[in-house]
Design a protein around this ligand. Structure first.
Ligand code: GMT
Length: 404
């Protein structure tokens, strides 16, 4: 099949999942065109059958802000025509589904199908904002198929928008081998190396975009309580608006010298492999991809019992879930896990085993293929159209060479 994918290209679970999905589809013989204002971060090189088209963003003196959605719609229609795309799979209702639906109307002869994956903040934060509500509802209703990354997100979508159309739950996925085999990160001076006077220092890691929804000050509060009992370290990976608040609080609580700032990284696996515990005390999380990544890396997760997190982390089996804001509970449990290595080992193994069983690409990608077949009216289980060798595949490869 020939599939167009559009997503946020910057760091964030939705972009990571969309990119990995496109790359895996291409490995399975499909042709994939990514369309965005910059190449998604994991798209470091363009393998066979993958191309990338950039939506140019220009300054418009007349307009306060560049109308990206319109430019994206034009580009999607153009790329769909030049690559004879059959499906536009967009990640987030706003602005991607809106642009894809417009592209479908711009090029009606192509009979494009729009598949929209809801990742969360489009529903829980953006979509339910009154100014976006009608357009989000429209996008959900007019897509040819809609998926949600968790049952919780589907229920929330139905609740917020009163949706009646089917929404299929297709969870995010990770490649277990990538996390299992990653070499643990070497921490900056002062953190690990593991031995300090012969003792191994426990490491808590938090990875996010440091937006208010992540409650990063809770991360610091939990850590400060743990640090009062254990010689632990806190590793903060990523960056975002609330990071400076977290640093200020760590200073105020007297634990800043035990906090290591890593900044934004392409691959979080080494940081998860080098840690003993992931802390994710979010106010909301439709899925929590980083929790899945932590489990894949074999470390337990302490998180909020919100949104889709209970579908990822099994309380008492692969980690522990608490009401958002329960700093005491999270700290008590984090200290208990860090003290009890056999317990941490059991939790880590249980999580990694479930990720390998329930969330590997081999299990999830065929579900998207089946969905594409369904919207295209192809028979269920039909072999994917393999594009190797046809003129179309050559056009993708030509672009790849041009970019190289
Ligand atoms: O969490 C964010 O702010 C980023 C956002 C994104 O675009 O990646 O995350 C959402 O989608 C992820 C991928 O499906 C989910 O793992 C996150 O839980 C979800 N974030 C929220 O629901 C807050």
């Amino acid at each position: 099949m020939r599939i167009g994918i559009s997503c946020y290209p910057t760091h964030g679970g939705s972009g990571v999942v969309a990119t990995e999905l496109g790359l895996r589809l291409a490995e399975r013989g499909h042709s994939v065109a990514f369309v965005s204002y910059s190449a998604p971060l994991r798209l470091n090189e363009l393998p066979p059958r993958v191309c990338f088209h950039e939506v140019a963003i220009e300054e418009y003196p007349l307009l306060k802000q560049f109308p990206y959605t319109l430019a994206l719609a034009s580009k999607l229609a153009e790329v769909a025509r030049s690559h004879r795309l059959r499906v536009l799979h967009v990640h987030y209702a706003i602005p991607f589904a809106a642009a894809a639906i417009l592209a479908r109307q711009i090029a009606p002869d192509l009979d494009l199908k729009v598949v929209t994956t809801l990742h969360g903040t489009d529903i829980t934060l953006v979509g339910s904002n009154d100014s976006f509500r009608p357009v989000t509802a429209f996008c959900i209703e007019r897509s040819d198929a809609v998926t949600a990354v968790s049952y919780a997100l589907r229920a929330e979508t139905d609740r917020v928008f009163g949706t009646t159309r089917p929404i299929e739950v297709i969870p995010n996925f990770v490649d277990p081998a990538h996390y299992r085999d990653a070499r643990p990160a070497v921490w900056p001076a002062g953190g690990r190396p593991d031995a300090t006077a012969g003792k191994r220092l426990p490491v808590i890691v938090h990875i996010s975009n440091y937006r208010p929804v992540k409650r990063v000050t809770d991360v610091v509060r939990v850590f400060a309580r743990v640090a009062a009992e254990l010689p632990a370290r806190l590793v903060l990976v990523g960056d975002g608006p609330d990071l400076s608040q977290a640093i200020d609080l760590a200073r105020e609580l007297g634990v800043l010298d035990r906090v290591r700032l890593i900044g934004v990284v392409d691959d979080v696996a080494p940081y998860l492999r080098g840690a003993d515990l992931l802390l994710l005390p979010s106010r909301n999380e439709s899925f929590g991809l980083v929790a899945l990544e932590a489990l894949a890396a074999g470390i337990p997760v302490i998180a909020s019992r919100v949104g889709g997190l209970p579908e990822v982390v099994q309380h008492g089996v692969s980690g522990y879930l608490f009401p958002p804001g329960d700093v005491e509970g999270m700290a008590r449990q984090a200290a208990a896990v860090l003290r009890d290595r056999p317990l941490a080992g059991r939790l880590g193994r249980a999580g990694a085993e479930r990720v390998a069983r329930r969330f590997p690409p081999e299990r999830i990608i065929p579900r998207f293929e089946e969905l594409y077949r369904r919207v295209l009216g192809l028979p269920a289980g039909a072999e994917p159209e393999v594009d190797d060798g046809d003129a179309h595949a050559e056009s993708f490869d030509h672009e790849r060479r041009a970019r190289a």
